[in-house]
Write a new protein. Structure first.
Length: 308
């Protein structure tokens, strides 16, 4: 008899004491057999670890990892190292699963031998910010549930249709796919989702779609403000591009796809960034040294410099 878990849900936690119990219980209530819940406390200082210890004492499916604060990428990687399920799902500590959908997604992946599945997410939380973000994570509309997609083709199509989302909590992934490809979360940056998900798409041959909202994503006022307010924020995006172009250097056929992603991402970043004058100068020098200006439209640069 194979005692290996079917699904490992990995939740990295840092100072989420007010929300994490609801998140974990939404996983505990799933009806799928062979469920493993890997909780990684990343050096929380607000009592989160006490909540996690109590939950772990209630349910023997929970594996608790405690570590000094190393940042979200390292916490996620630590959870992945501990996970033993056939499939993994990276869940945010503020979010909650809808219904009992893990069973359905698992069976779909097994039946079609999928590397991963993508799906939608709903938002909830503070009412005054939900209306502006209601459909932010709804992106499955153009895609067919009965089609098995090649990841690289899907990556291109999503960039063209503005349906690409880097959030790993919108993905259900075959564990062996991550082992074979070596895809991990890049340490020391705040936009680790961007590199992880891009590399996953371009290296996956069999991708499925579930046209349903599987997860509820909590929005708070502090989460919807400008994301690029320091040079460090912007530099992390440049690090993602550096790594993607380095990967394409091993497989030159990927260059057109990475260039498309670079154009998509850099124009978004430069239009949205709100930096100090000195940080803007640093950003310009960094882009010049990496030859990234070729991907940035003049209109995006103008908006970058005119924004206070």
């Amino acid at each position: 008899m194979n005692d290996r878990p079917r699904v490992s849900v990995i939740i990295s936690v840092y100072n989420a004491a007010s929300y994490v119990e609801a998140a974990v219980r939404s996983v505990m209530s799933q009806t799928i057999d062979g469920l493993e819940i890997v909780l990684v406390d990343d050096g929380s200082t607000d009592g989160s670890v006490d909540v996690l210890r109590r939950l772990a004492s209630e349910d023997n499916r929970i594996c608790l990892v405690e570590q000094a604060h190393k940042g979200r990428p390292m916490a996620r990687n630590a959870g992945l190292e501990k996970a033993s399920g056939e499939y993994v799902y990276f869940m945010n500590s503020l979010d909650q699963l809808n219904g009992n959908d893990l069973e359905h997604i698992y069976r779909l992946c097994k039946k079609r031998h999928l590397d991963f599945v993508f799906f939608d997410g709903d938002v909830f939380g503070e009412e005054e910010i939900i209306s502006d973000n209601k459909d932010k994570y709804h992106r499955t509309g153009p895609y067919n549930e009965i089609v098995v997609y090649k990841g690289l083709t899907l990556f291109d199509d999503m960039l063209d249709n503005k349906t690409y989302r880097p959030e790993p909590w919108l993905l259900f992934i075959k564990h062996s796919t991550l082992k074979v490809t070596g895809v991990r979360f890049y340490p020391g940056i705040v936009h680790d989702d961007e590199l992880f998900t891009s590399l996953l798409y371009i290296q996956s041959d069999r991708v499925g779609c579930v046209r349903k909202s599987i997860v509820k994503h909590r929005l708070r006022k502090e989460d919807v403000g400008p994301k690029i307010q320091t040079y460090y924020n912007l530099k992390c995006y440049l690090t993602v591009l550096d790594e993607l172009f380095a990967y394409a250097g091993r497989f030159p056929y990927l260059y057109p796809h990475i260039r498309k992603y670079a154009s998509h991402k850099l124009n978004h970043v430069f239009k949205e960034a709100s930096l100090s004058f000195m940080d803007k100068l640093r950003a310009m020098r960094a882009c010049a040294s990496s030859h990234y200006f070729r991907y940035i439209r003049v209109s995006s640069l103008l908006k970058f410099w005119l924004k206070n």
